[in-house]
Design a protein around this ligand. Structure first.
Ligand SMILES: [Zn+2]
Ligand SMILES: [Zn+2]
Length: 352
């Protein structure tokens, strides 16, 4: 494969683990036969972006351009592109390519492919350079990894669906959450608030667990039937053995065993947050009631499109706070303090 020609666009990057983000010029490939070129209108700010630019997962390549909740308009398509045309409203999430042939790819579960190419922090097969994310004016992605955004949704508020949305939608669907079930969502942040919305839309009885009593009213507005303050032992004990399913979105260290005790026999707790240190797991709460402890990672391309279509049908988007590109460093500091309701989204028109 010969290297395609490249063009330059403005972006925001970090030069090192300790540098603030600032303006830079980066290269994108000219669209090849199967590529879609997208002018980025909005990009959500995910906690992973911050982990990545600060090299907290030890694989960051600098300059680092994060951003994997991308929404924009198609500005050019390669000659072989069938699904998209210029002017379409599209999205790009955490993945921009995969091997296409392994059992995971064949099953539409590209997020588990050993050869998956992440939107940032992977090796770009075309330019033989690290992939660069959505804090930029445009991106070029092979059409199979481009998603359609339903026309009725607010584009800015749809951006976080590409990561926070699918991360919570996928486990709720995989474990068939629905009417008649009691479902817990732990944490009311970017992921948790989407978990509450989806679990409610799927017809479950939804209980939100939070450490902040002040979040109760908002949780109910977002769709929770009940709110439990997790530090209150009496409130926790009142729900013992009653949950079919618990979605744990917390990335900080927390007592997972307290939640196992809330599950019914055969109930399941799924982690989608990624605490830095291993969590101690007590065996008895699991073995005595045949409970399960699982994990889940974003979703594959078919399910991500299914999620977006579901959101279009049910008018579900993220609750967002719009920022300008040059406010990103302050936004990171606020995100670390959970001072956002519930996702920052960058208005990319502000990147000049
Ligand atoms: Zn993310
Ligand atoms: Zn694969």
């Amino acid at each position: 494969m010969s290297k395609p020609r490249a063009y330059s666009v403005k972006a925001y990057s970090a030069a090192s683990a300790t540098s603030p983000l600032s303006g830079i010029s980066i290269s994108r490939r000219e669209p090849t036969e199967s590529d879609v070129q997208i002018s980025i209108l909005y990009c959500g700010v995910c906690h992973s972006d911050l982990h990545y630019v600060r090299n907290e997962w030890n694989f960051t390549q600098y300059p680092a351009v994060p951003g994997h909740e991308i929404v924009g308009k198609v500005t050019a398509v390669g000659s072989g592109v069938k699904k998209f045309k210029v002017g379409d409203t599209v999205g790009v999430g955490c993945l921009v390519d995969s091997c296409r042939t392994c059992p995971d790819c064949q099953a539409g579960l590209e997020q588990f492919c050993a050869g998956m190419v992440m939107t940032y922090g992977s090796m770009d097969r075309h330019l033989e350079a690290p992939t660069l994310g959505g804090y930029s004016q445009s991106i070029v992605v092979t059409e199979d990894f481009v998603l359609r955004i339903p026309s009725n949704l607010s584009l800015a508020a749809a951006a976080p669906l590409l990561c926070a949305g699918i991360t919570t939608y996928s486990p709720l669907r995989h474990w068939k959450v629905g009417p008649g079930q009691k479902v817990g969502v732990v944490g009311l942040g970017g992921l948790g608030h989407m978990g509450v919305k989806f679990a409610r839309a799927f017809g479950a009885h939804v209980v939100l667990f939070t450490t902040s009593p002040g979040k109760a009213a908002d949780a109910q507005r977002l769709g929770a039937h009940e709110v439990v303050v997790s530090k209150d032992e009496a409130q926790m004990a009142a729900h013992a053995g009653s949950f079919d399913f618990i979605l744990d979105t917390v990335s900080a260290t927390h007592d997972i065993n307290a939640y196992f005790n809330l599950l019914k026999r055969d109930g399941n707790l799924v982690l989608v947050g990624a605490p830095e240190k291993p969590l101690p797991v007590a065996a008895f709460p699991l073995i005595f009631r045949r409970r399960s402890f699982s994990g889940s990672l974003i979703g594959g391309l078919p399910e991500t499109q299914e999620m977006l279509d579901f959101c279009g049908k049910h008018n579900i988007t993220s609750d967002i706070e719009m920022i300008k590109m040059d406010q990103i460093n302050t936004a990171y500091e606020r995100m670390l303090k959970s001072d956002v309701k519930y996702r920052f989204v960058i208005d990319m028109a502000s990147l000049k």
